[in-house]
Write a new protein. Structure first.
Length: 66
């Protein structure tokens, strides 16, 4: 699971600002196919914008840093 590995790495670096379980749940949700479909298919976001915004949001949510 990629989300679990990312969260574990952030926790090991002491960069995580929330509980590991909740962080994994949040990251999985941000990267889920339904989220991608909603933004790119229903809201007509370009793939590049989706990637940029999800990356920015995930980093901010998990580390508290922009």
């Amino acid at each position: 699971m990629a989300s679990l590995a990312v969260v574990a790495a952030l926790a090991q670096d002491r960069a995580l600002v929330m509980d590991e379980t909740e962080a994994t749940d949040l990251l999985w949700t941000l990267l889920s196919i339904p989220t991608w479909e909603h933004l790119t298919r229903l809201c007509d976001w370009p793939q590049e914008r989706y990637l940029s915004e999800i990356t920015r949001l995930a980093h901010l949510a998990l580390t508290g840093k922009p």
